[in-house]
Design a protein around this ligand. Sequence first.
Ligand code: NAD
Ligand code: DAU
Length: 339
Amino acid sequence: MNILVTGAAGFIGSNYVFYMLDKHPEYNIVGMDSLTYAGNLETLEPALNNPRFDFAKIDITDKLAVEKIFEEKNFDIVVNFAAESHVDRSIEDPGVFLRTNILGTQVLMDASLKYGVKRFHQVGTDEVYGDLPLDRPDLLFVETMPLVASSPYSASKASADLLVLAYNRTFDLPVTISRCSNNYGPYQFPEKLIPLMIANATADKPLPVYGEGLNVRDWLYVEDHCRAIDMIIHDGKDGEVYNIGGHNEKANIDVVKIILKQLGKPESLITYVTDRKGHDQRYAIDPTKIHEELGWLPTTMFEDGIKMTIQWYLDNESWWKNIISGEYQQYYERMYGNR
Ligand code: NAD
Ligand code: DAU
């Protein structure tokens, strides 16, 4: 089996490459990534010596380069993680989100049709459902809900989902889509809530909490996400969408306090800053479909996962300190300087 994993040098893509190489000793994997600010080849170092893994530095919007590698490698399955993924950056500069997340998906699907790929899997997000009110804990996202995106990021991901379903119906491209809630774990870029708070707390820097910190996210350990995608690409039904989430809702402020407690740092580091524009209130996934059809259940509880994640960041300071020394400094100043 030959599998293409796009966005392989990012957070979830790299975790997925490691998971798949370990789980399926007979599979060959190509990791494709254009190495944007969020992609880091150093992350893939443990896989680079594996004879069953190849890395290709290719932008998914580059039709010629994409077609060339599809022709060479005869992929059976494509798993598309490649995306611009940070909501705050999409508010600052939407264009690149539309280019990569929508047009890049189209280029990959055209190549998949041309070269007879047997399954195109689109890694989607729960943000395409918009948000849920804080005072209705009974409401959860289900796959049949309409798509109501709030940010340029989520609008671009919703557009890609619609395009994937259209390629399935119009051209018979075999597809599946997963829509997962917020992931956390090793190798997450320190612009996202959990690694940013760990990095700042470690350095005794202020922890910038948006608004009142009451927005709720539904956290899932990254390996549980990877296992769910593995189940979907093998046993998921053509043309279907699967929600992935572990019923683990937490207000942002509670997540931040857990991190501070675990690191033995004072809550006085918490600084409330101007809210994100269009900030989604609450995400909460109903994972009944993937549980009943494919038998998936999460295995890592948040209490354990957050400790493992904090420990990973403490043990791998050089990985994230390299990252926060470059372009990140300017980004941080732009995003948080006058907030
Ligand atoms: P990430 O930003 O850490 O990684 C994205 C990767 O894609 C990077 O390595 C980047 O270099 C690469 N990339 C960006 N543009 C590219 C292009 N034009 N061509 C090739 N590669 C390109 O993101 P992540 O958190 O790992 O998210 C991966 C996927 O999962 C995304 O599609 C995202 O929408 C989805 N998702 C993320 C979460 C989450 O909580 N992080 C939850 C649900 C779904
Ligand atoms: O739900 C899935 C989505 O989760 C993915 O599709 C996205 O790619 C991923 O980035 C994530 O989006 P969020 O916007 O939920 O994640 P982020 O880590 O940026 O923010 C989580 C919450 O924390 C959100 O309510 C905003 C808040 N926040 C974030 C940052 C970076 C803060 O309060 N302070 C911060 O500095």
